[in-house]
Structures are given as C-alpha cells and as structure tokens.
Design a protein around this ligand. Structure first.
Ligand SMILES: Nc1ncnc2c1ncn2[C@@H]1O[C@H](COP(=O)(O)OP(=O)(O)O)[C@@H](O)[C@H]1O
Ligand SMILES: [Mg+2]
Length: 285
C-alpha cells in the first residue's frame, strides 16, 4: 500500500521544500521505499539533492503535460531507498498549458495509475500557490501535510487552503485527509511563537505534530551543498527534528520502528548516500 502525501501551503517560504526533502530522506533512512515528486517550478527540491536542473532527460513537466511514463521520469536521489521525479523551469508553463486541457485537475492522478516500483510513501512538494499544479497534487494525494511558519500571522491564508481542501474533497478526491500540521522555523527566543502554537492547536487540535522544527541554520545551508540535512549535518537540531517528524509520520501510518538496545545496529535498513558511503557515519540514534 502506497501513501501519497502532498506537502502544501500556498504561502511561500514556510518550509514546504525543506520538509519534503528532509522528511523523504528520513522515511528512506527508516527503510521505507519513498518517491519524492518536485511539482514546484522553482525546483528547489531537485537542486536540494544536487541534481542539475538543466540536464534533465524527463521531469515532472513531462509527466503532467506530455504523458511521459512515470518510470522514465524517476531518477535516484543519491539517498538509498529514495527516488525523485525532478522538476525544472518548464513547469512554469505547465500552469498555463493545463488551463485548456481536458480533466486538467486529474492529469497527475491519471499518470500515476501506472506507477512502477513498490513505494511505501510518495511525497509531493507543491508550489506556493493554489493553482493547477497544487490542485493536481491534492487530487492525486491521500493526505496533505501543511507546514506552517511559527511566526506572526500563521493562520492567515489557512482558511483559503482549507477551503481548497474541502472543494477537492467534494469534487475530485473525497478521501483527502489532513496528514498533519507541522510548525516550522520555531524561534525559542520569541514568546510570540508560543502564542502561535496555542492558536494553531485550537484550530487543528490533534492534527498538529508534536515535533516542532526549530529555526536551524544547518537546514538552510544544506541545499547549497546539494544534500539533505541527514548527510550535511545529521547531528544538528534541524536533522533531529526531521528524524522525529518521520517517526511521527510512520507511527501515524501504523508503522512501528523497533529499535534494539543502545549501541546495537537498528534492525531496519539505514539509508546511505551512495557517493560517500565510506565516510558516512550515521548512528541511528
Ligand atoms: N527550520 C528552518 N530553519 C532555518 N531555515 C529554514 C528552515 N526551514 C526552511 N528554512 C529556509 O527558509 C527558506 C524557505 O524554506 P522552504 O523550505 O524553501 O519554503 P517553501 O518551500 O515553503 O517556499 C529556505 O531558504 C530554507 O532553507
Ligand atoms: Mg518550495
């Protein structure tokens, strides 16, 4: 059974891409075969894995517009157990090209009728809008994970997002669930953030993850090295947060991780970055 999770919020800069890259990496680290789809024309997820956007043979654009086969667009991410369908700037045009297409909201879903492989999770990084690329993602998905920046007016725009989710449910995808709400870029020095946490708790109650992603410079630096944080700074607070988020997501999907005594190798396979296998030490703590 594959669980398809769209990571969406029409606000830019709330941590969608950071969450997509790092949650996907940690799901893979915990041995879950995962596919990450970059549906944002900015293609930050793609470059976050050090993939050269200018030399792609196929991309998510070809899947949604040119009926390319999924297997032709899939490429390795460099993280074991994690594949990616990359994006490039062609996707900017897709938003416009889709407008005059028949069943324009369901093209991605149709493309995935023949999804190869045995993915346990498929994550979709959505663009910062509620346009057709996001609608296609929400139509394909089983659930939506909403990152919210723990800042001044985080609830602003959420009504619009929830209205969209409800419209999709009525029309295109009745089973779409809220996977969870993730607070990101939490600054412990600001008391404002703790008020925000209370507000969001009132609005979403039990859908809010216990894990709160702190503001952590390592998370912001990692993409410029073309690496997810698991390989750039696995001991950082940001990495720990995304590892905990992955545990929560797994638990929420009925997957329990059994860990042996401290110091013993975990029973589940660990992800390793293919190019740098030798240097890498991941403790699995
Ligand atoms: N927890 C965090 N701490 C510090 N910087 C972060 C954190 N999460 C994201 N960032 C940085 O903030 C910017 C916006 O994040 P991003 O994930 O790209 O948001 P979105 O995809 O929603 O536009 C990026 O430069 C990213 O590196
Ligand atoms: Mg993004």
């Amino acid at each position: 059974m594959t669980k398809i999770i769209a990571i969406a919020n029409q606000k830019g800069g709330v941590g969608k891409t950071t969450t997509a890259v790092n949650l996907a990496s940690y799901l893979a680290y915990f041995g879950q075969e995962t596919l990450l789809i970059d549906m944002d024309p900015q293609a930050n997820t793609t470059s976050g894995f050090g993939i050269d956007k200018s030399s792609l043979k196929r991309s998510s654009y070809d899947v949604i517009i040119n009926n390319s086969k999924i297997e032709d667009a899939i490429m390795p991410s460099g993280v074991d157990w994690l594949d990616i369908i990359p994006a490039n700037r062609d996707l900017i045009g897709a938003e416009v090209e889709l407008v005059n297409t028949i069943s324009r909201e369901t093209r991605l879903k149709k493309a995935f009728r023949n999804c190869p492989g045995n993915y346990r999770f498929i994550l979709i990084d959505c663009p910062p809008s509620l346009g057709l690329l996001t609608l296609n993602s929400l139509t394909l998905a089983n659930s939506v994970l909403i990152p919210i920046q723990a800042e001044f007016y985080p609830l602003e725009g959420l009504t619009e997002l929830m209205n969209t989710v409800n419209l999709i449910r009525e029309d295109l995808n009745p089973v779409l669930e809220i996977e969870g709400v993730l607070l990101t870029m939490y600054d412990t020095r600001l008391t404002l953030s703790s008020q925000v946490i209370k507000e969001i708790g009132k609005y979403f109650s039990d859908r809010v993850y216990q894990t709160i992603v702190p503001r952590n410079v390592r998370l912001a630096e990692a993409p410029s090295f073309g690496k997810p944080v698991i390989f750039y700074a696995p001991e950082s607070k940001g990495a720990k947060a995304y590892q905990n988020l992955a545990r929560e997501v797994l638990k929420g999907n009925g997957i329990e991780l059994k860990e042996g005594p401290v110091g013993e190798k975990p029973k589940y396979p660990l992800a390793v970055q293919k190019e740098t296998k030798k240097d890498l030490t991941i403790t699995g703590k």
